[in-house]
Write a protein that binds this ligand. Structure first.
Ligand code: IMP
Length: 195
């Protein structure tokens, strides 16, 4: 089954391809010119649906399944920020590094060096006849240090529960087992099998 991904985020594409073996996974940017999708809902779920629906509509094909991932990190000491604003925490057009250092700065302003945090991933599946959403979460701590260069985004400052290294330092295989994205995608696979 061909799955079109409504994202061109390289980190997400790499992880989703690795987690969806057995499926042909194609980022939509390989099929058409990338276009801006305004994610103006206030939940991961609704933003994932906005992306999947927008790409589904733009593809204008009868026989296609579109998958979107909307995800982010929520930090307890910041009352859940950046949450749905994770991709643009450092401002419009911010890079992953800008966002990471912005988050470290905000945590330091609270006078602490670490805080419990969690990642959320909402996956939307849009087909010609149906729409679904599933979620996955990964819990742990964020620290005000950047350690390792594995993963992407906030991974070099995130230590999963039960570990003493960041996702930047841990092997990709560990993130693959634990991550919010892998948990949501394993539910998505159950749905895809019914299509
Ligand atoms: P989205 O593309 O609007 O869903 O934004 C997701 C943002 O959340 C990314 O740009 C990252 O900053 C962050 N994020 C989501 N998942 C992960 C992850 O697995 N590791 C690190 N950062 C993540």
């Amino acid at each position: 089954m061909k799955l079109v991904l409504a994202t061109s985020n390289k980190g997400k594409v790499r992880e989703i391809k690795a987690l969806m073996q057995g499926y042909e996974v194609v980022p939509y940017s390989e099929l058409m010119k990338e276009f801006e999708i305004i994610e103006d809902a206030d939940t991961f779920k609704e933003n994932a649906l906005i992306k999947a629906r927008a790409v589904f509509k733009a593809l204008n094909e009868d026989d296609v399944v579109v998958i979107a991932d909307d995800s982010g990190i929520s930090v307890d000491v910041l009352d859940g920020a950046p949450g749905i604003f994770s991709a643009r925490y450092g401002g419009e057009g911010a890079s992953d590094k800008d966002n990471l250092y912005k988050l470290i700065g905000e945590i330091k302003k609270k006078g602490v060096e670490s805080s419990p945090a969690h990642y959320t991933a909402a996956i939307a599946i849009v087909t010609p006849t149906s729409q679904y959403t599933v979620h996955g979460w990964m819990y742990g701590d964020v620290i005000t240090q950047v350690r390792g260069d594995g993963g992407f985004g906030y991974d070099p400052m995130f230590i999963p529960l039960g570990y003493d290294k960041t996702l930047g330092e841990l092997d990709d295989e560990i993130k693959k087992k634990l991550s919010h994205r892998s948990k949501a995608l394993s539910l998505a696979k159950e749905i895809l099998q019914t299509l």
